[in-house]
Design a protein around this ligand. Structure first.
Ligand code: SAH
Ligand code: MG
Length: 981
């Protein structure tokens, strides 16, 4: 997380620290001295100090003109300093409150600060502003020594804080500081000269030559005034330094373009920027606060509006209204900086720092401008954090930390709020225990807010309302509520998802993601109809204040996508709720070509896929420019984490296959944020046939935790052991017909073909189309290839796959010899599992039914041995905490007793016998890893099988294979119909 920049104090920090107050009052007359103290000496155990050296502690002595105070002992120097300052304030009877309420005192502070800035001492200091002073001394002619008021207003945080204490409006309009600086300067006439009309300030008497010399000698520690990198050095004239900057025209019709600033080692860089804007000199400029990252030195520079000068020279009262002065607001620049900016603006990273006396600079490209722009949108933040502007999408669902790639939702929400100058969001987590005993909504809210106030030092802003009562026993039922406030502390929105989580952090991430998703709907298209916005808010458990929301994001209207966007109306589809998958897929995807043999390893929902990809602009004229590429890009399947086109192609692929396809152009801001050379891209984009081409290669697929565990801990893998168990039972039973309930990708059916059995007809049912398609692919190639299944030694006549729910009826599966249902019931809700048992044993009534499901009691062993190396939150678990389920799709996992109860009850009711067994482990405590029940039919049911006339065909045939030997095929059919009596 980035830290709050010094110049952008949040609204909540209303009072200054004791040290800041001392500084305002005494400036350099306050002297702090530190001494290292030994912990044990203070503990009253002096003996220990000799034996054992503990951590270093500090005590601070503060000397002021009138008094000296000594602090207590602290781990950090700065805490000791604050404590000393606090003691001094106490002794001097200065309370922070009197300080801020006393306007004359604040004015005095401001005047003495301005005076200090023009002192000899300041000139040679390492302060971002002192660099300006030194550079100004080198200015030529009448400009020598003139400092633009805007530089003073912007580069001295102490001064701007003083101005804020005089006038809180400065917070909203930092340009007001200029007026205060000029007023303070006017009070110092004699010492400094100033021009209100021209907005500059100069020291009246020249600095003593030795001071100038001293500071300029220090300026060249390595004989170079400015560090000039070789690439920036112009041949022949090493004095000139070319720095790339961006011109953001006021008119939205004009494009953002690169400009080159030619800085000289002897000139003043603000003069160069002023000239670029067609101004005479630096004092005609205004400078914004930093834009982009909190630590950045990137600022916007623009012409000080004429009217502004008038306001200043007239009266400060008028100056307070400068927000509304005439002139053309630069929407793009204002949006970036959160300040009102007028006319054309130049975005540049040049300035002095606390670190060195050398000028600091960095190129700012068109690409970085667009990155800042999309970095203000929730999905843009996600794309940037993934380093995949064109491939990544803000995921629609949060599953686990381990699967989430890129910045976490909570972190992104905080960044978003900071970027939009909102207050930091408020997170309150509630446990369900707490909630049930607490019916009053308002009461609950009060409490959450209460805690925030008490808990402000909680760095991440996360507050647990339920306190320490629960966490362990509750089995985890955390819910999280988020509130987002404007900078004026007005509630913008409130999100309270109904879902509860085992882990507090998951509830926070889930709720944060919902807020981000909803905000993103607006940022993708600020013109989205209100009803749509409202409906999505409802779907995401969000309540918002339309008026305050619109106010907070007013400028987005003119910026995001509007006029940047090639996508036609109606093509963008937004999720109304997170559960609806993003449905862009199918739109505008062309010329798909998948290459390479099918390795059989394909991504499935919830697995992690890793791809290499590249995205390029292409035209029919065969022009091509690569925009973005990655050798290793991993994301969770079916969580919406990538461009839907990409995912829809990917799920058709298997590992080691490559694909190439073309899609419609994404919004321009994304293209420019990805492109290195915006000018070249512009020329390509001017072609009508320009589109975006992706090439991807599927590198690997990491299965969900369950599969990884099963493979890592069991040899052969647990899934193979289950299949082998089933095959063994099938062989022993001499069954000729088999149905696999919940066949998935057909692992059992496929394996069966490797063994000689008496099976003649096999069938599979599942409700996942994707799994069925995969199963069909595998079975089809095996049954139709000569080298595949050795069907000569098996009497197999037919294989069929159905799409349907195993809790539903379909008479085509009645009376089979054997039914299998491996690791399926835990994927249904418990009542559905009961329903399946009843349907299977009363309607389908196979002779034998084999059901397997995870043994929950075994999870302790699984998680002990794998989680420590594979999963995220080992440290958060402890012995008494319940184990996680093995797979996020599991609705339940039963203990042996629960499974026994389910099976025994079913068997009794439907006249079956049941035996228990399992695979994985020895079967001793805590039982097998997978528990298995084998049901055997005791007698043909009285009511018999359904009549032919009652044939129910609820399932849909997905794929069917029949042996070419027709006569044998008919024989089977006859046999099979004979079942119906
Ligand atoms: N039996 C397979 C797959 C297990 S995964 C194997 O052992 O490899 C669980 C499967 O159950 C998934 O493919 C899922 O689609 C399927 N499933 C879950 N509920 C179902 C239902 N009501 N009807 C049919 N299939 C179901
Ligand atoms: Mg399972």
């Amino acid at each position: 997380m980035e830290t709050e920049g010094a110049s952008s104090v949040t609204v909540r920090k209303t009072s200054c620290t004791p040290k800041a107050i001392i500084h305002q009052k005494f400036g350099t007359n306050a002297c702090y001295k530190h001494e290292e103290v030994h912990e044990s000496a203070e503990n009253g155990c002096p003996g220990l100090a000799i034996v054992q050296k503990g951590p270093c502690l500090y005590r601070c002595t503060l000397q002021l003109p009138e008094i000296t105070v000594v602090s207590g002992i602290f781990k950090k120097k700065k805490d000791a300093e604050q404590s000393a300052a606090e003691l001094a304030l106490e002794k001097l009877r200065i309370t922070p409150a009197t300080k801020s309420s006393s306007l004359p005192e604040a004015w005095d502070g401001l005047v003495s600060r301005v005076k200090y800035l023009f002192s000899e001492e300041f000139l040679s200091s390492l302060h971002p502003l002192s660099g300006h002073l030194r550079a100004a001394l080198q200015r030529e002619g009448h400009l020598a020594g003139l400092i633009p008021a805007c530089a003073i207003a912007v580069f001295d945080a102490t001064l701007s804080n003083l101005c804020k204490s005089i006038d809180p409006k400065v917070e909203a309009n930092p340009f007001l500081i200029i007026s205060y600086v000029m007023r303070a300067a006017a009070k110092l006439s004699g010492f400094i000269a100033s021009s209100e009309r021209e907005l500059w300030i100069r020291r009246q008497n020249p600095y003593p030559p030795e001071i100038i010399e001293l500071s300029s000698i220090q300026q060249n520690p390595n004989n170079s005034e400015i560090i000039v990198s070789p690439s920036n050095r112009q041949s022949g004239s090493p004095e000139i330094l070319m720095v790339e900057a961006i011109n953001i025209p006021c008119s939205l019709e004009k494009t953002v373009e690169r400009v080159i600033l030619n800085l000289t080692s002897s000139g003043y860089f603000l003069d160069v920027i002023a000239k670029q804007l067609g101004l005479l000199e630096a004092a005609d400029l205004m400078i914004s606060r930093p834009v982009g990252k909190a630590s950045s030195e990137t600022r916007l520079h623009f012409a000080a509006p004429k009217q502004y000068l008038l306001d200043i020279s007239s009266d400060l009262l008028h100056a307070k209204e400068v927000r509304s002065f005439e002139g053309s607001l630069n929407a793009r620049a204002s949006y970036l900086s959160g300040q009102d900016i007028y006319g054309d603006a130049i975005l540049a990273t040049i300035g002095y720092t606390w670190r060195s006396k050398d000028l600091f600079y960095e190129d700012v490209s068109v690409k970085s401008y667009y990155r800042m722009l999309i970095g203000k949108t929730p999905s843009g933040l996600y794309r940037l954090s993934r380093g995949a502007i064109l491939a990544a999408e803000l995921p629609l669902a949060f599953t686990t930390n381990a699967k989430w790639k890129g910045s976490l939702p909570r972190e992104m929400l905080c960044t978003f709020c900071r970027q939009h100058r909102l207050s930091q969001p408020m997170f309150s987590t509630l446990s369900s225990l707490e909630e049930s005993s607490d019916s009053s909504q308002s009461h609950k809210k009060l409490r959450a807010t209460d805690l925030v106030a008490k808990d402000t030092q909680h760095a991440n802003g996360c507050v647990v309302t339920a306190g320490s009562k629960e966490t362990v026993e509750s089995g985890g039922s955390f819910r999280c509520e988020i509130k987002v406030y404007s900078k004026f502390q007005d509630l913008i929105l409130e999100c309270s998802p109904k879902e509860s989580f085992k882990k507090q952090s998951d509830s926070v991430q889930n709720a944060s993601l919902k807020v981000l998703l909803w905000l993103d709907i607006y940022f993708r298209d600020p013109n989205v109809p209100f009803e749509r916005l409202k409906a999505s808010a409802d779907g995401l458990d969000i309540r918002f204040e339309p008026k305050i929301f619109v106010e907070a994001f007013m400028l987005c209207q003119s910026l995001h996508n509007v006029g940047h966007n090639e996508i036609e109306e109606g093509k963008l589809v937004y999720p109304n709720s997170v559960n609806v998958p993003n449905v862009l897929s199918g739109h505008g995807l062309r010329s798909l070509n998948i290459e390479g043999p099918d390795s059989g390893i394909s991504p499935s929902n919830g697995s992690l896929s890793c791809v290499s990809y590249s995205a390029s602009l292409v035209t029919e004229e065969h022009l091509r420019e690569q925009l973005e590429s990655s050798d290793d890009f991993e994301f969770e399947i079916a969580s919406g984490a990538v461009n839907p086109h990409l995912e829809s192609v990917l799920i058709q692929m298997s590992v080691d296959q490559s694909a190439c396809f073309i899609v419609d152009l994404p919004p321009r801001e994304l293209i420019f944020a990805a492109a290195d050379d915006s000018a070249r891209m512009l020329s390509l984009l001017s072609s009508k046939t320009c589109c975006l081409e992706y090439t991807i290669r599927l590198l690997r697929v990491t299965e969900p935790l369950e599969d990884r565990m099963e493979q890592a801990l069991f040899s052969p893998p647990l899934s193979k052991q289950r299949v082998e168990y089933a095959v063994q039972s099938i062989k022993e039973s001499c069954a000729t017909t088999l149905v696999d309930f919940g066949c998935g990708s057909g692992s059992l059916l496929d394996s069966l073909l490797n063994y000689p059995t008496s099976l003649e007809k096999i069938a599979g049912v599942d409700l996942s189309q994707k799994s069925l398609t995969r199963a069909a692919k595998i079975l089809n190639s095996k049954l139709n290839s000569t080298s595949g299944a050795d069907t000569s030694c098996t009497p197999l006549k037919s294989a069929i796959l159905y799409d349907g729910s195993v809790t539903d009826h379909d008479s085509r599966l009645c009376g089979f010899d054997i039914g299998t249902c491996l690791e399926v019931i835990e994927h249904m809700e418990e009542d559905q599992a009961h329903l399946f048992g009843n349907v299977a044993l009363s309607y389908f009534r196979p002779k034998i039914l084999i059901v397997s499901t995870p043994n929950y009691e075994y999870n302790v062993i699984l998680q002990k041995s794998t989680l420590s190396t594979t999963e995220d939150d080992v440290d958060e678990r402890n012995e008494s905490q319940p184990c996680k389920f093995r797979n996020h799709d599991h609705k339940f996992e039963w203990t042996r007793a629960q499974f026994n109860c389910w099976a025994t009850e079913l068997a009794t009711r439907h006249n079956y016998s049941v035996e228990f067994s399992g695979v994985g482990g020895s079967g001793d405590e805590p039982g097998f890893a997978s528990q298995i029940a084998v049901f055997r039919r005791r007698a043909i049911p009285q009511e018999g099988y359904p009549e032919l006339s009652d044939l129910e065909h609820r399932y849909q045939v997905i794929w069917e294979w029949t042996s070419s030997d027709r006569s044998r095929c008919y024989e089977i059919l006859r046999k099979w119909f004979s079942c119906f009596g």
